[in-house]
Each structure stands twice: as structure tokens, then as C-alpha cells.
Write a protein that binds this ligand. Structure first.
Ligand code: NOJ
Length: 475
């Protein structure tokens, strides 16, 4: 009898502990599922001074690159002999946005947007560590002038996954002493564009870059080293901090709005009440989201992958180097414990949801969750990217409507979001996936460079029209 009592007692304690842990994980960023059949996605409203934009990045659209870490990477082979880029694609001429930007600005006008986020190609502006290509700078000045003349606010990203090959050869962001080169580039660009550009992004998705380049080996330099991943992630935060301070100290720098872009992907357990799935999702989240959000909130960086890395660094100035947080949101991931840690850490599409053409699902509720989460930084928020790869164009309309509904709902609930940039204006070069993914509001025929507005993109045009006509909030 006594043994049975003890047994029951232990069982109850274990069950309570189990539940407590699961509830703790859940409470960090509660899972949300909306019943879309009961939602009117046109019931939306946005602030009066709202940035409606599209986003691109230099390497993905401009064409004409050389001496760049990605042009080098495109010509390498993986350890198994396979090409580094899907279908052995090369970036090449891409969308020829370098030459066709006047046309593309017209296309922006046709969408009704009032903002454009693009990046400046470091390898074109500084072909060697000590030289500046003034023609390249003039090109970006022309782009800005043309945008402004068309009533479109430019937002500049300084580092969007690519840099000059010479910087990679110096060790890139693996070495703290190399940050000075990035700061120098930022100063050069700021000097050329500072009077034209108010919104600045220092670094796009530092975690995606560090992880893809140094953990997964899918981006150049193709390394798979957890220690280096942590070091690069840390150095990118230091680089952000240094560039923020550099720009602020330059003429009119004080008035600039400078931020970093964080991709927030929710890491959800595959089985909601499975403790091991929860644990795996917790560690994935810790190293993809929480470590960075915490660093910007508290000034303490801690990268911890049990058995692989444990890196801590105090960065007391970091929290004061953010005028806004740029949020990229695409989807959530699911994690399932399989008995093998490495295998369990592979992100899965969340079960039971419709797929995009990428290896993740459509989950617009996650945009609301991501906004709620980054709002903990107490900074204003700009959605710097959100979009869908949909080559058949049979999900884009619904995706945009639902995402913009989630955005409106978050704003209505009091979250301070200043703008939304759709990814992307055009189909483009999707890094290691080459030209296989179709993210564009405009479809691009890469043979002729002809751009065609997709049917599904009309959801964006309609919503901006709706906002212009009647659904403006007072604040
Ligand atoms: C985020 C990246 O910033 C961008 O370069 C990429 O194309 C999109 N995600 C889509 O995957």
C-alpha cells in the first residue's frame, strides 16, 4: 500500500513538473491560431503616416557583380561535388535593376507605395580596401533622387549578406579587427547619401547570415563551425553598434533613424505537449531569436548550444544603438524530437498548414506574434520584409490579405509599427536556391527582363488604396 502511495506521489510530482515546464515554454511566446473563416480580412486600418514599401537587396536584383563573396561562392562546389547554388544558377544579370531602376520606380508608383528598401553593394563601392568607386556612389545618389522625386522614401541597408571578396579573404566578420572596414564603408555611403536618406539599416538578418555561412555551410565561406557561428554573430552585433555610433557622429547623423533587421521565426514544438519537442524548440529559439533580442534589451549576449558553444559577452552600449527594430517575418518552424539531437534540430514545416514554395508554411498569425515579441524592446517597429514564394500565384492574394490583417490587428492592439515593406518588388536571386523561388509582386522574365504584375499582388495595391481612401487611424 505504502509503495503504491509513494509511486502515485512520484507520478503526480513528475506530471506537475512536466506540465510546468511545458506551460513555461508556451508562455514565452504563446502559440496562436485564428479561425480565418470568421475573420473579415478587409476590416483593417493603419496609421496616417505609414511607410508602405517594397524591399530588395543589391545582389539579388542589380546584376553586374564581380569580386564579391557570392560571385566566388557560385563557382565553388560542395564537398559532395554538387553545385553550391540550386540548378547551378549564377546571379549574372539578375533583374538588371542597376540599369532598369527608373522603370522599377515607375512600377513602385503603380503599386501606390511610398517607400523602398534597398541595399548598397559594398563590393561595387569599394572594389579594394583603399579605393572608392565614385561612379557607383553616384548611381545610388541617382536612385535616391529618382525615388524622392517620385514621392518614395528611400531606406538603405548597408550589409545584406554580401561583401567584397577582399573582405572575405581578410576573414570577414570572423575577426573583430575587420569591423573597421565595414565602418569605413558605412561612412563612405553615409557621406554620399546622408542628405537624401533618413532610414538606415546596418545589418540584415545577422543570425541568418551567421548561421547559414558558418553553421549550415550554405552561404559563403561555407563553414560548419558552431564556435565561429557564435563569434560571427557577436561580431555582427559589434559591427552594428560601431556603425550606429559612426553615423550618429557624422553631420546630421543625430536626426537619422537607424536600426538593425531581425528575422523572427517562431520555433514551435511539433507536438504541443511533448516535453522533448518543447526542449528542442526552446534551444532553437534561444539561439535564433532570444539571444539577440535579449542582447538588445539587456546588453548581455549569450550564445548557448549545449555541448557545442557557450559564449558570453557584456555589451552595455548595445541597447542604446537602436532607433527602430526592423522585423522580417516569413513563417514559423516546428521541431520534433527523434532520438537524435542533430536530426531533431532540423526545422520542419509546421504540420497541417498550407505550404509556400519554400520549406515552410503560410502562417500569418505569426506576424502578429513576432510584432508582439519584438515590441518588448520598447522601440518602434518597421516590418522590413514579409512575403511569399508562390510561383503558381495561387496563394499570394490570400497571404497578403491575411498578413496585412495581422498587421492591422497588432497596430489596433497598440503595437507601434511605423511601416511595412513587402518582399519583394521583383522576382530575384534567392541565394543558395538560385532563381527557383518567385517572391516578386512583379514576375520577371529573366530572358527579356520583362516585368508583369501578378494577380495575387493586387491584394497589396488594394489595401494601400483602402488606406489612402478611408481606413486611416488618428494616431
Ligand atoms: C530574407 C532575406 O533578407 C532576403 O534576402 C531573402 O530573399 C528573403 N528572406 C526570402 O527568403
Amino acid at each position: 500500500m505504502k509503495v503504491l502511495k509513494i509511486f502515485l506521489y512520484v507520478l503526480v510530482v513528475l506530471a506537475v513538473a512536466y506540465l510546468a515546464v511545458v506551460i513555461y515554454f508556451y508562455s514565452q511566446d504563446p502559440f496562436v491560431r485564428w479561425d480565418w473563416s470568421k475573420i473579415n480580412v478587409n476590416d483593417v486600418c493603419y496609421p496616417k503616416h505609414f511607410l508602405w514599401g517594397t524591399a530588395t537587396a543589391a545582389y539579388q536584383v542589380e546584376g553586374g557583380f564581380s569580386n564579391n563573396n557570392w560571385t566566388w561562392w557560385e563557382n565553388q562546389k560542395k564537398a559532395d561535388g554538387k553545385p553550391t547554388i540550386q540548378n547551378n544558377d549564377k546571379c549574372g544579370r539578375a533583374d538588371d535593376h542597376w540599369n532598369l531602376y527608373p522603370l522599377d520606380i515607375k512600377l513602385m508608383k503603380q503599386l501606390g507605395v511610398n517607400a523602398y528598401r534597398f541595399s548598397v553593394a559594398w563590393s561595387k563601392v569599394m572594389p579594394t580596401p583603399d579605393s572608392i568607386n565614385h561612379e557607383a556612389l553616384k548611381h545610388y545618389q541617382d536612385v535616391c533622387d529618382s525615388l524622392i522625386a517620385n514621392g518614395i522614401e528611400p531606406m538603405v541597408t548597408l550589409f545584406h549578406f554580401t561583401y567584397p571578396l577582399w573582405f572575405q579573404q581578410l576573414g570577414g566578420f570572423e575577426k573583430q579587427e575587420n569591423i573597421k572596414h565595414f565602418v569605413r564603408f558605412a561612412r563612405v555611403v553615409y557621406k554620399a547619401l546622408g542628405t537624401r536618406v533618413k532610414f538606415w539599416v546596418t545589418i540584415n538578418e545577422p543570425v541568418v547570415f551567421a548561421y547559414s555561412s558558418y553553421f549550415a555551410g550554405e552561404y559563403p565561406p561555407g563553414k560548419t563551425d558552431p564556435q565561429l557561428t557564435a563569434r560571427v554573430a557577436l561580431n555582427l552585433l559589434l559591427a552594428h553598434q560601431a556603425v550606429y555610433k559612426a553615423i550618429k557622429s557624422m553631420p546630421r547623423g543625430e536626426g537619422k533613424i537607424i536600426g538593425i533587421v531581425k528575422n523572427v521565426t517562431q520555433m514551435d514544438p511539433y507536438r504541443r505537449f511533448n516535453l522533448l519537442d518543447n526542449l528542442i524548440a526552446y534551444f532553437a529559439d534561444l539561439n535564433f531569436n532570444q539571444a539577440y533580442l535579449r542582447a538588445f534589451k539587456t546588453g548581455k549576449f549569450h550564445f548557448f548550444l549545449p555541448g557545442m558553444v557557450n559564449m558570453k559577452q557584456d555589451m552595455p552600449e548595445l541597447p542604446s544603438t537602436l532607433d527602430f527594430i526592423g522585423l522580417n517575418y516569413y513563417s514559423h518552424n516546428a521541431f520534433k524530437f527523434t532520438g537524435n539531437i542533430e536530426q531533431s534540430l532540423v526545422a520542419l514545416p509546421y504540420p497541417g498548414e498550407q505550404m509556400t514554395d519554400m520549406d515552410y508554411t503560410i502562417y500569418p498569425e505569426g506576424l502578429y506574434r513576432a510584432i508582439k515579441r519584438v515590441a518588448k524592446l520598447d522601440k518602434s517597429i518597421i516590418i522590413t520584409e514579409n512575403g511569399i514564394a508562390d510561383s503558381l500565384d495561387n496563394r499570394r492574394y490570400m497571404f497578403i490579405k491575411r498578413s496585412l490583417y495581422a498587421l492591422s490587428r497588432a497596430i489596433n492592439d497598440g503595437y507601434h509599427v511605423r511601416g511595412y515593406f513587402y518582399w519583394s518588388l521583383l522576382d530575384n536571386f534567392e541565394w543558395n536556391l538560385g532563381y527557383s523561388k518567385r517572391f516578386g509582386l512583379y514576375a520577371v522574365d529573366y530572358k527579356t527582363e520583362k516585368r508583369t504584375l501578378r494577380q495575387g499582388s493586387k491584394a497589396y495595391v488594394e489595401t494601400i488604396k483602402l488606406w489612402k481612401n478611408k481606413c486611416v487611424r488618428k494616431n
